[in-house]
Design a protein around this ligand. Structure first.
Ligand code: BGC
Length: 805
């Protein structure tokens, strides 16, 4: 242990106090031993340091900070070095605002295009997500601040997010939902990691020794702080035992007392508490020293705004460009249409929400570009309501221009923490404007804002489509640089855009409204599925156009790397993202036809060639052998492909690889990829155990881990009435177009959350009393709540007395 001396001097109460927060954002100090308090702050889209009332949903104000393009956008750059640059700037802002830990990046796998937090995550592919996350982590930590990748792990839906059990087979877990974290941890070496709200295979991630100890600490060598997601601690004692360090937010001593009592009762060994205390001390002392060494850091607003714009520029994806409509020639007469040109969508809602230092809109910055703007028309209302007047004005304006720049996007309601999307469409009123405008002026370039894939049956109506994601505070000028040819489009999609939602492999299983969420599609997530079963999609994974062309030649395959030549055959500078895919035809273990195992973003001048080498690392051939409980390589003739995306393979070679052992043969859907409708029998066989009950038992009393949204079958009439009121409010806010995050949160929160989320105002004993009331025993419950309150008051008084010596 690094801080054994210090730990010897701490009382048991002080040790336990260090393992849960002081309040919503800070850890406890121990002034007599000069142990400082540390400040934790969201998040990867920019800092959200709250000085006033703290909340974990982005509701109350925070200090101004640079708003970066969200992770989903930056992933489209396929450039971990760019992620590192953004991370370093974020780390600098953390120093300036005296923050010790940045709660990000978020790198969960986009299992479905509908997850409400997809805009905060990098990709459907673990390799790309891991590499991007490692870049951010290296950047943040280069300033001495700790990063905190999240949410570990298999947390891919918002519905019932705190009370959901991800039922997933070990191989899929390892290859898809943990490989991203493995890369982030091994290559980024984060000082912290955030456990997720959900369970995996019936165990809360925060108290899962297999996940936190065997895999994270022992296998990957992580030696930092495991932080619970806010309110995600189910049983603090079990968390500490399993390897979780810090419970957040604080519970005003309730959890500390439980932990100290468990040590005294011999339920948990004090040596385990010491291990965790060592981790938190190391974090607080190290980051505090870095902050002091850095002195007063002043935020360079302009430089960071410019970097945010650079990131947006390198992340934008040109998805269509018929007849080379873009780039526009200098002096082109443009009509600017679409409400998003005036009120940009540049970030998502929830805990990642940033109070930006500045904010560009396209309308404001257009005059900095060599375009002749013939006018602006909003075209549509943000809420999906028809407005003939706005539509007509847009059509009239379109007639006057050479080209229409049409700003469309997903409205705010679509992308928020705590709420999943229900469909993949952009609002019908926006599509109508596109159709009508294109009818009078077909030279339409759509500039699309949004943090996740959309269905695009409307694509035929535009000549060009430039996708900017949620591009941060400087995204507007970034897109216009591409439109005018001052910058080159170089982004590639980090997720597939299916033709329709139903095509997604998880469509039949996601989101689960039940207690369990069954990952029946197994390994076949995103392009792994579409490519294997040859299902056509709108835009494939890795897709994106340039203003120039590239040629691939001279593939050489060796045991350690693939090498080839990339040439810019066009007339403009540009970047290609060359992607390495690996497959094993006839694999006995069953695997997707191709999987991403490496990539390189290469900038080339016109006519220039470069030799590109992509190493074959330890992930290139491995699969997780569930029977052996470890990584193995299957012997065979592997196919190594270099593609401009996952479908457009430009070069292919083979490599004979000598593996070990013979893999077990999985059930049929997992060999062919036909996973859209997996039977109970096949999924049970894959899991290797009986399926846990998907539904809760409505005849049984509600439990601490049942969600408040389940109160419709509570025994207490009062609780059922409360449920009706809550449900009405929830429906009303959903209909209004602006989801009420608080209500969504409460609805999906389990009863234990009442004890974990109210800063100690309600202790766990009191929360249990409330549940007794909900279950129809009003007087007994009131008694328990009262006893809980009295016990907490007594304990607080005793602690105060002890502190006064
Ligand atoms: C989110 C985390 C976030 C935390 C603190 C939680 O609700 O899931 O991503 O870091 O709040 O705001």
């Amino acid at each position: 242990m690094k801080h054994a001396d210090l730990i010897r001097q701490l009382t048991l109460e002080e040790k336990c106090g260090l393992l849960s927060g002081r309040d919503v954002w800070t850890t406890r100090p121990v002034p007599r031993l000069e142990v400082p308090s540390a400040f934790l702050s969201d998040g990867p889209t920019g800092l959200r340091k709250q000085m006033g009332e703290g909340d974990h949903l982005g509701l109350n104000a925070s200090e101004p900070a640079t708003c970066w393009p969200t992770a989903a956008a930056v992933a489209n750059s396929w450039d971990p070095a760019l992620g590192e640059a953004v991370g370093a700037a974020l780390g600098e802002e953390a120093l300036a605002q005296k923050v010790n830990m940045v709660l990000g990046p978020g790198l969960n796998i986009k299992r479905s295009p509908l997850c409400g937090r997809n805009f905060e995550y990098f990709s459907e592919d673990p390799y790309l997500a891991g590499k991007m996350a490692a870049g951010y982590i290296r950047g943040i930590q280069s300033k001495g601040v700790s990063a905190c990748p999240k949410h570990f792990a298999a947390n891919s839906q918002e519905l019932r997010r705190m009370a959901n059990d991800s039922v997933v087979d070990e191989r899929t877990l390892r290859e898809i939902y943990l490989t991203n974290f493995e890369i982030a941890v091994r290559e980024g070496r984060p000082g912290a990691i955030m456990s997720s709200y959900n369970q995996i295979n019936e165990v809360y991630t925060n108290e899962d020794p297999h996940l936190l100890r065997d895999i994270l600490r022992d296998e990957w060598g992580f030696d930092g702080v495991v932080v619970t997601d806010w309110g995600g601690s189910n049983d603090h004692v079990e968390g500490v035992r399993a390897g979780s360090t810090l419970e957040m937010p604080g519970t005003a001593g309730d959890s500390d007392r439980q932990l100290a009592a468990a040590v005294r009762a011999g339920v948990i060994d004090e040596a385990l508490v010491d291990e965790r205390v060592d981790e938190i001390l190391e974090f607080a002392l190290r980051t505090d020293a870095a902050r002091k060494a850095a002195g007063e850091v002043k935020l360079d607003v302009e430089a960071h705004h410019a970097l945010s714009g650079k990131a947006a520029e390198q992340s934008a994806v040109l998805l269509k460009n018929d007849g080379n409509l873009l780039p526009l020639a200098a002096g082109a007469r443009v009509a600017v249409i679409g409400d998003f040109a005036d009120t940009p969508r540049y970030q998502g809602a929830g805990s990642s929400n940033v109070n930006p230092t500045k904010l560009e809109s396209a309308r404001q910055v257009l005059n900095q570009f060599p375009l002749e703007v013939v006018g602006y028309a909003a075209g549509f209302e943000r809420a999906d309501k028809p407005n003939e007047e706005l539509l007509r004005a847009a059509v009239e304006l379109a007639k006057k221009a050479d080209v229409v720049l049409l700003y469309l996007g997903l409205p705010e309601i679509s992308e928020s923490e705590g709420v999943d999307r229900t469909h993949m469409r952009i609002p019908a009123n926006q599509v109508r404007v596109l159709e009508e405008v294109a009818a009078v002026n077909p030279r339409v370039a759509v500039l699309l804002a949004g943090g996740s894939a959309v269905e695009a049956p409307w694509l035929i109506h535009c000549q060009a489509l430039l996708y900017g994601g949620l591009g941060g505070q400087a995204g507007a000028s970034a897109l216009l640089r591409i439109v005018t040819g001052q910058a080159e489009p170089s982004g590639r999609l980090s997720e597939t855009w299916p033709l329709a939602l139903e095509d997604n492999p998880s469509a039949a299983y996601w989101p689960s409204p039940c207690r369990t969420s069954e990952y029946r599609e197994g390994l076949y997530v995103g392009y792994r599925y579409y490519e294997t079963v040859e299902k056509p999609v709108r835009f494939v994974f890795g897709y994106g156009l340039s203003y120039t062309e590239f040629a691939y030649s001279d593939l050489k395959v060796s045991a350690g790397a693939v090498t080839f030549t990339l040439t810019n055959t066009g007339k403009r500078r540009g970047a290609e993202v060359a992607q390495l895919y690996v497959g094993l035809p006839g694999s006995q273990a069953g695997r997707p036809v191709r999987e991403l195992k490496g990539f390189a973003k290469v900038w080339l001048e016109p006519g220039e060639s470069k030799t590109v080498t992509i190493p074959l690392d330890d992930k290139a051939f491995r699969y997780f052998d569930t029977t052996a409980g470890g990584w193995r390589v299957e012997s065979g003739e592997y196919r190594l492909e270099i593609g401009a995306n996952c479908h457009d393979i430009r070069l292919a070679g083979t490599l004979a690889v000598e593996g070990s052992g013979t893999p077990a043969i999985p059930p049929e859907p997992y060999r062919t990829g036909r996973v859209a409708q997996v039977s109970d029998a096949d999924f049970t066989a894959l899991l290797g155990r009986e399926l846990p009950p998907a539904r809760w038992d409505e005849s049984a009393p509600l439990q601490m881990n049942d969600a408040i949204g389940q109160m419709y079958y509570a025994k207490s009439a009062l609780a059922r009435f409360a449920w009706r009121v809550l449900t009405k409010k929830k429906q009303k806010s959903e209909e209004s177009g602006v989801p009420d995050l608080n209500i969504q949160f409460i609805y999906n929160m389990p009863f234990r959350g009442i004890g974990k989320m109210m800063n100690g105002m309600v202790t766990m004993e009191m929360a249990e009393g409330i549940l007794v009331m909900v279950n129809g025993h009003f007087c007994k419950g009131v008694g328990q709540v009262w006893r809980g309150w009295r016990n907490a008051a007594k304990a607080a008084k005793a602690e105060k007395k002890a502190a006064q010596g």
